[in-house]
Design a protein around this ligand. Sequence first.
Ligand code: ADP
Ligand code: MG
Length: 470
Amino acid sequence: MDDDEHMCEVWQRAVEHTRSRSPASFEQWFSSVQFDRLEGGVLGLTARDEFVRDWVAEHFVPDLIERMVSLLDLSEGLRVEWRVSTQLERPVCRIIPREARVDGRASVRPPPRSDRMAIVRPVNDELSAMLNPKHTFGNFVVGPSNELAYAAAFASAGGGGPRYNPLFIAGGTGLGKTHLMLAIAHKVLQERPDARVVYVSAERFTNEFIMALQHHKMDEFRARYRTACDLLLLDDIQFLAGREQTQEEFFHTFNALRDADKPIVVTADKYPQQLQRMPERLVSRFTSGLVADIQVPQLETRVAIVRKKAHLEGIVIDDEVAVLLAQTVQTNVRELEGALIRLAAKSSLTGCPVDIEFARPELLAVPARRSDPMSVQEIQRAVSNHFRLSNGELLSKDRHKSVAFARQVAMFLCRQRLKCSYPELGRAFGNRDHTTAMSAVRRVEALRQTDPQVNAHLEAIEQKLASSEE
Ligand code: ADP
Ligand code: MG
């Protein structure tokens, strides 16, 4: 390993350490910071603006330096040289997730040599290092949208209740799937420190598999995932779509573990049957235990999540603000967290308390959910799927109640998400009159307030739309 590489390694280790203390805010800030160099006692960093520089310098850099000094065994500290530039080619936070590092798409200079990645590592050491104490069962807010997944995950960790094998957790992005996986790992390792728990994303599993093939290390690979594994947590299985060789390998891994009665937990952004380019035999394995879904949390749960996060991050906020946040960011808990942290950061920089007067204008600036790639057709497709209609039926003249209702829901969603005008809506839905579109939207708007079933339909569709936006 040459000097440059060694220094990169030191930086990355320090980053992982600091990041694990508060990943949400770390990610937030370090997506605007770039690592340039570490040489001659100087750490070179670039920040997107002064605002970021000052915050990061104060809140993160001391910890990073302390770590690096101890890793390098230096007798004195490191000096930091900052640059400010809006052009960040390699922001830290696109670099640090393991997946990004392993596949080499984004890397700190110099790029990691492929043979630097050992195929087999001491499993628990590595896992413990990445486990964030915040991702525990105790810190997971349970509500109607996630209670089944929570209970099943808890049971998988040996917490009582029937244990299903495999447990398949399905749900949109940012709704807590990885949190539950890591909570399982936490609990098991706490109670049985010698248990061999393997947490891996499907992307990393794929990369390791490819590397093992290339380097003739399949025996080690198989040992890690089959014999030396007491509990396998495989995150984001949708990544295996169309990767036939990895699917095949995983199929055998799965069978080996299940035959040995070792628990397997899998997550995906879809239900097993909806996974694309996934062989039937894997889909049927996934459905052979319990499929538990996580839906978009209701307002009350979102408020409770905001309160919990604020408490964990030591942020003092008014109740009113918690409610406003939960109303503003509706479909993704990660974004909800991001909005809270931004608010807290801004408040501490400006010295304003996080009260409603401060929060309201700030939250108005929260970017609307990304809606560009979403089209009327996609919404129509999602709604048809949800109500099990064909697209033709949705656009037809059929006035049958259930078809008409689905059509109204689709119009409502198009209006809400795409801001379609009523004449546009009418045209997109089988050339109807704009007044028909208007009354459809109004009807669903009104029902949403009063009819929980209508609300549930809308939330389920929203969730599908949110996950297909990824
Ligand atoms: P996913 O893996 O489903 O994309 P994550 O598990 O990464 O989502 O969750 C995103 C963020 O939201 C994490 O910081 C997680 O702690 C938080 N989160 C999601 N759901 C909850 C919940 N019910 N209670 C507390 N935090 C949650
Ligand atoms: Mg995840």
